[in-house]
Design a protein around this ligand. Structure first.
Ligand SMILES: Cc1cc2nc3c(=O)[nH]c(=O)nc-3n(C[C@H](O)[C@H](O)[C@H](O)COP(=O)(O)OP(=O)(O)OC[C@H]3O[C@@H](n4cnc5c(N)ncnc54)[C@H](O)[C@@H]3O)c2cc1C
Length: 238
């Protein structure tokens, strides 16, 4: 157990299996008091003991946008220290939430490109919801790489966002299969794909999120394409 600061108790309102072993958790503060955050930020979620003390905490990006009522997290259950305990929680159970944290703070800029691997797409879901809700004009491109078609997170929502909002382009690439019914990109995100959908690559602010190795690779591709490093933000784990 460790000392806590600003820990707000949240109750899980719903759990939805999103893809494979990744679940979407919607939760509300028990006191009714919500915290303010900027799209793209993350929180620490704490698993609590029976006295409400924290047993373990991990960082999770916020999938909801500030205008939404629930706090939404999207978590891949990998059998680790926190996720093996989270697996046993259900609707009505309580967790501790601490935050917000992080330098991923979307400030309504009008040309932004987001590059995600796996659950790295989560902060960009919140950002795209915010862009769509607030009718922010500009050019927004999400590059999202995932292993297989059945592991795509928020697939229907991303298709709807792209169909309804002409400012948003979604480029999904599959790295481990090429199904016959798939007409999107395949293979790892590389310089050709990044250039193909942005062209004026240096005009964009770039946000990269996902496994550490992937974000370093993408940064290198962007540097080769001439993007200034001060236009690149990165958040990685694993
Ligand atoms: C800023 C930030 C935001 C994050 N946002 C999310 C998010 O939105 N959704 C999410 O599911 N996770 C997210 N993570 C990862 C999360 O914090 C935990 O690392 C993850 O849930 C594993 O915790 P654990 O205690 O179960 O595993 P642990 O016991 O801590 O670790 C088990 C091992 O799994 C590795 N690992 C961590 N994440 C993954 C993964 N996704 N797939 C495979 N191996 C992994 C770890 O490096 C470690 O080696 C984020 C991390 C950071 C730093």
């Amino acid at each position: 157990m460790f000392a806590l600061s600003e820990l707000v108790i949240y109750q899980i309102a719903s759990i939805r299996k999103e893809a494979g072993n990744t679940h979407i958790y919607k939760m509300n503060p028990v006191t009714g008091k919500r915290f303010d955050f900027v799209p793209g930020q993350f929180v620490f979620m704490h698993i609590l003991d029976e006295k409400g003390g924290s047993i373990v905490k991990r960082a999770y990006s916020i999938a909801s946008a500030p205008h939404e009522k629930h706090l939404e997290l999207c978590i891949k259950l990998i059998g680790g220290e926190l996720t093996s305990k989270l697996e046993n929680l259900g609707e009505g159970d309580k967790v501790g939430i601490e935050g917000p944290f992080g330098h991923f703070k979307y400030g309504d800029e009008s040309e932004a490109a987001f590059v995600a691997g796996g659950t790295g797409v989560v902060p960009f879901i919140g950002i795209l919801r915010h862009i769509n809700k607030n009718k922010i004009m500009g050019k927004f491109v999400l590059f999202y790489s995932t292993k297989t078609m059945d592991q795509i997170l928020y697939k229907k929502e991303l298709e709807k966002l792209e169909a309804e909002n002409l400012n948003i382009t979604v480029v999904i690439t599959l790295t481990r299969e090429t199904p016959r019914e798939w007409d999107g990109e395949c293979g790892r995100i590389n310089g050709d794909i990044l250039y193909k959908y942005t062209e004026d690559t240096n005009q964009f602010n770039w946000w990269i999120c996902g496994p550490m190795e992937m974000i370093k690779n993408i940064k290198n591709h962007l540097i080769v394409l001439g993007v200034d490093t001060d236009k690149i933000k990165m958040e990685g784990w694993g």
